[in-house]
Design a protein around this ligand. Structure first.
Ligand code: SF4
Ligand code: SF4
Length: 193
């Protein structure tokens, strides 16, 4: 009787193990049928989404040194260095800087700037060897933003959320292929009707 019980337990365990192996392999075989979505960075780069909050761009000539950006910043980060011009009777901006080593890219300064001299770009490659290099002055902030789609050395790929319906692979996709869902301006248009 003891021998029979041992055989029964062994068979039960063997069947259970085979079932688990089958479950594991079913996931593997399922993935073998899917196309790869790997991005071969830095030769391929994903196009950031429309509302991506990247490196801030600053237009020196538009700034009126009001310091609203400093007041709305959660860490009072932008440094607005100005002096009062007695002849013109108004503030004159001397230097402006933002330290991206500290900035949390919340976008408050961009949102509240009364003259729209700040804007968020799609630039995200900010790695440096010394974090103090991330303290951008008005010249560095005024540099035109880098765009993935303008770089001839890079193949731009769309993010998963911006692919046409049912497509999971951003490679070899025609540029005019329409993404799934509506764009924000199309939703607004629909709401106005
Ligand atoms: S809020 Fe805009 S205009 Fe005012 S100091 Fe900041 S960047 Fe300049
Ligand atoms: S993005 Fe946010 S944290 Fe960065 S400077 Fe502007 S307000 Fe401050």
């Amino acid at each position: 009787m003891k021998f029979l019980k041992q055989v029964r337990d062994y068979t039960k365990e063997a069947v259970q193990a085979a079932r688990y192996i089958g479950q594991g392999l079913s996931v593997t075989f399922d993935h073998m049928q899917r196309r790869p979505v790997t991005v071969q960075y830095p030769y391929e780069k994903l196009i950031p989404s429309e509302r991506f909050r990247g490196r801030i761009h600053f237009e020196f000539d538009k700034c009126i040194s009001c310091e609203v950006c400093v007041r709305v910043c959660p860490i009072n980060l932008p440094v607005v260095d100005w002096e009062f011009n007695t002849e013109m009777k108004k503030k004159q901006l001397k230097h402006y800087s933002i330290d991206f080593g500290v900035c949390i890219f919340c976008g408050n300064c961009v949102e509240f700037c009364p003259t729209n001299c700040l804007s968020m770009t799609e630039e995200y490659e900010l790695s440096v060897y010394d974090r103090h290099e991330l303290n951008y002055d008005n010249v560095a902030l005024g540099r035109l933003p880098y765009k993935v789609t303008n770089d001839p050395m890079v193949t731009p790929l769309r993010e998963l959320a911006y692919l046409p319906k049912g497509v999971t692979d951003p490679h070899e996709l025609p540029a005019d292929a329409r993404r799934a869902g509506l764009r924000p301006e199309e939703i607004l248009e629909q709401m106005e009707k």
